[in-house]
Write a protein that binds this ligand. Structure first.
Ligand SMILES: Cc1cc2nc3c(=O)[nH]c(=O)nc-3n(C[C@H](O)[C@H](O)[C@H](O)COP(=O)(O)OP(=O)(O)OC[C@H]3O[C@@H](n4cnc5c(N)ncnc54)[C@H](O)[C@@H]3O)c2cc1C
Length: 441
């Protein structure tokens, strides 16, 4: 009978458990968790804090007991201190156990730089279930009138939105020059910024908090965030959404790491029998060919599933992913795929001011980057096409997908231009020749 350990019970750990149980009903599975909670969805934490979701709704797979009924496992509520290449797991409470297969799925933690003068009780993050509860409690006591949120990307924008909706005077700041600096093109970022300000959030770019001062002379002691350009902003609380760091401190020296645990397409680490999945690992970025953390929910699910299948003796590969960002906020959708630094032939559909807008940059027979505003429905098909082009450079959109894209708001003329930009006119000419009646195809 095989023995398995899953270290960390987020969505990557859950999907690995599900895959193991599908192939191996009799093996023993120990799941280590430092929260004692069922897997929750970190994407939903801001919705809970903002009052849009109940506490229970943050747990998409049910409670621990419910999961245990369908996918039996032994739950060990303890923090894992070390996973060694000899396939042992050591916990803080002193237990050491050896397994046939181990998955490290410990996710990531919010990056927490020290800001001089910022008291821990006024410093907030948004990553864990506990972060969500803490911020919600702070907002419920009604003393919070002002806030500075640092980090103008996927997480910071959602925190700023919920604060502004609760009537908190909110400034969103970033050292970068615009919103979504790693995903948005300049004009798209500028439009998003304009809309964010219309929704009551003030923006500050190219600067961050230098230090924090407490003005105790004031009738109500005020916390002031002093920005790197000297501006003084009242901030009853500060939320740091600057990014994350992979939780890899438990991996011993036999497990190769960079900023994350390095894995291959089978989700194997450099140590035999030890796998990694989710935000703690660096898989393949299909676009750059490099190994990189792609910290996304669906990515963690695919990686966890592939790891679980392989741990249980199956054969699964997850070839990798491209960078992508799908964020819904302030009644708009921003979608960014690929690398926004690459320049090339640029195609634009629609207007930034209303309705579906899509910008695509094509280079070397690929779609290098895409930004979409206000149309979620086209995003899946465009992303799949981008991915396909990396694996099958000759690939074209099949007629049924063209039909679906047109139904979702694009035009056949734009899709034709996009394919021509990807494949070049020659490719298009060859295609129309091939499809001419009477040529035998
Ligand atoms: C506010 C927010 C918004 C987001 N929005 C999006 C979005 O719009 N789209 C998208 O695709 N993704 C989004 N994400 C990212 C997405 O949620 C993550 O990529 C995904 O949840 C990662 O899953 P995971 O299982 O790898 O890690 P986690 O969910 O972090 O789970 C890891 C688990 O391991 C536990 N653990 C860690 N160390 C130990 C240890 N030593 N011992 C035992 N247990 C341990 C942790 O407590 C945790 O429970 C967002 C994230 C946040 C925080």
């Amino acid at each position: 009978m095989r023995t398995y350990a899953i270290v960390g019970f987020g969505t990557a750990g859950y999907h690995a458990l599900k895959a193991i149980r599908r192939l191996d009903a009799g093996g023993t599975v120990d799941v280590y968790t430092n929260t004692g909670l069922a897997p929750y969805n970190p994407m939903l934490t801001t919705y809970y804090t903002g009052g849009k979701l109940s506490y229970r709704e943050m747990f998409p797979f049910g409670s621990l007991e419910e999961i245990q009924k369908t996918l039996p496992f032994r739950c060990i509520c303890d923090t894992v201190k070390a996973v060694a290449a000899g396939r042992t797991v050591e916990t803080e409470n002193g237990g050491v156990r050896t397994y046939d297969k181990i998955l490290i799925a410990t996710g990531a933690s919010a990056f927490a730089p020290a800001i001089p003068g910022l008291e821990p009780e006024r410093r907030f993050f948004m990553r864990t279930n506990e972060d969500a509860l803490r911020l919600r409690r702070a907002l419920e006591d009604k003393q919070v009138k002002s806030a500075v949120v640092v980090g103008a990307s996927m997480v910071g924008i959602k925190v700023a939105e919920l604060l502004a909706k609760r009537g908190v005077r909110t400034v969103l700041a970033d050292l970068a020059a615009c919103m979504f600096p790693l995903a948005a093109y300049e004009d798209v970022a500028a439009e998003i910024g304009r809309r964010v300000e219309q929704n009551g959030v003030s923006l500050r770019f190219g600067r961050t908090i230098d230090h924090v001062e407490l003005e105790s002379a004031h009738p109500r002691p005020r916390q002031i965030a002093v920005m790197t350009d000297g501006e003084r902003l009242e901030a009853d609380l500060v939320v740091l959404c600057i990014g994350t760091r992979a939780n890899i401190g438990l991996a011993d020296s036999g497990i190769e790491t960079d900023r994350a645990i390095l894995v291959n397409e089978r989700m194997e680490t450099s140590a035999e029998g030890i796998y990694a999945a989710g935000d703690c690992c660096a898989g393949t970025n299909i676009q750059s060919g490099e190994r990189q953390i792609i910290g996304l929910w669906a990515n963690a699910n695919h990686q966890g599933t592939a790891a679980g299948i392989n741990m249980a003796g199956g054969n699964a590969r997850f070839e990798g992913n491209i960078l992508h960002n799908i964020t819904h906020f302030m009644d708009m959708d921003f979608i960014g795929f690929g690398d926004n630094r690459i320049q090339g032939e640029t195609l634009v559909f629609g207007s930034l001011k209303q309705g579906l807008y899509l910008k695509a940059v094509c280079r070397d027979g690929r779609i290098a980057g895409v930004n979409i505003l206000d149309s979620y429905p086209v995003s899946g098909m465009i992303k799949n096409y981008m991915l396909r082009l990396f694996q099958e450079p000759e690939s074209r959109l099949p007629p049924f997908q063209i039909g679906m894209l047109v139904k979702a708001g694009l035009t056949e003329e734009f899709i034709e231009r996009l394919e021509a930009a990807v494949h070049g006119d020659q490719g298009r000419a060859a295609e129309s020749e091939n499809s001419m009646p009477g040529n035998g195809n």
